[in-house]
Design a protein around this ligand. Structure first.
Ligand SMILES: [Zn+2]
Length: 275
């Protein structure tokens, strides 16, 4: 376990005041595509980079597949705590002037989505794509990357590549090098490794399972350490959200996959931390 990274990660106390974050901090959003909550918890001890400062929170996703969930996220609707006490949950982001009462710690944006809202605050908005909805190959797959000023996708970022996270992180580091250290960025990365086929990360496995998704998560965590180290080296505080967009079913109650309503799909891991 990489204890040096773990000790440098500062947990975020609830609730973080996003009005003290936006404008001063770099912001990372990392979606661990298709990662199930139970898989994430089983690998917590083996993920020093994602879980160095604490455990995963159990949350419910607003979407059952990538396209729906990311539209919600970029609209400011992040997964909500898996807890009936909805009133104690403070939202990080919210559209301004909706007429709804918002918490003083919630950052309000005046644009259709939080990505363009951060751009309006002077942020460079950057997207490193992963799964099919970020490939930009067809008009539909350009919608989500289209939220960002700069978006990137390569074959080796995709779900079938056994070193996808390495290539995604390598590219992110290259792009961050182009951002002056006195300017702020919002970096979004859609990590594709945990999406099917994830059995490519477990030697001998012929089909996807919780075990093969665990192997994919261990792989992705190790690669993300390089990204977090690079962000720390920039010497500007950074706020990071790490979350899954939806889970997936591996035969539970007869269900396979996602884009369906099942506890294995709507329950997702979520974390916030400072780098
Ligand atoms: Zn997804």
């Amino acid at each position: 376990m990489n204890l040096s990274s773990a000790s440098e990660q500062i947990p975020v106390k609830h609730s973080v005041d996003m009005n003290q974050v936006v404008g001063t901090h770099d912001i990372l959003m990392i979606t661990l595509d298709t990662l199930r909550y139970d898989t994430a918890v089983l690998e917590q001890e083996n993920c020093p980079n994602l879980c160095g400062s604490g455990p995963w929170e159990k949350r419910h996703s607003p979407g059952s597949f990538t396209y729906a969930a990311h539209h919600a996220f970029f609209g400011g609707f992040l997964p909500t705590p898996a807890d009936p006490d909805k009133s104690s949950h403070v939202r990080l982001f919210h559209s301004r002037n909706t007429g709804m009462k918002t918490h003083p710690h919630t950052w309000l944006f005046d644009t259709p989505d939080l990505v363009s809202g951060l751009a309006a605050e002077g942020y460079h908005t950057l997207c490193i794509g992963g799964v099919i909805f970020f490939t930009k190959k067809v008009p539909l797959a350009r919608v989500l990357p289209g939220y960002f000023q700069r978006s990137f996708w390569r074959m080796n970022f995709g779900v079938t590549h056994p070193q996808s996270t390495k290539h995604q992180v390598d590219h992110a580091l290259k792009i961050l090098d182009t951002i002056p250290t006195d300017e702020r960025f919002f970096l979004f990365v859609n990590v594709s490794a945990m999406h099917g086929p994830n059995h490519i990360f477990l030697p001998g496995a012929k089909r996807d399972s919780v075990d093969s998704q665990r192997a994919a998560l261990r792989y992705a965590d190790a690669e993300l350490g390089r990204l977090f180290d690079a962000v720390r080296r920039r010497s500007n505080p950074a706020f990071c959200m790490a979350l899954s967009d939806h889970g997936t079913a591996y035969g539970e109650d007869g269900y396979e996959g996602h884009r369906l309503a099942h506890e294995t799909v709507w329950t997702v891991p979520y974390r916030e931390f400072m780098l």
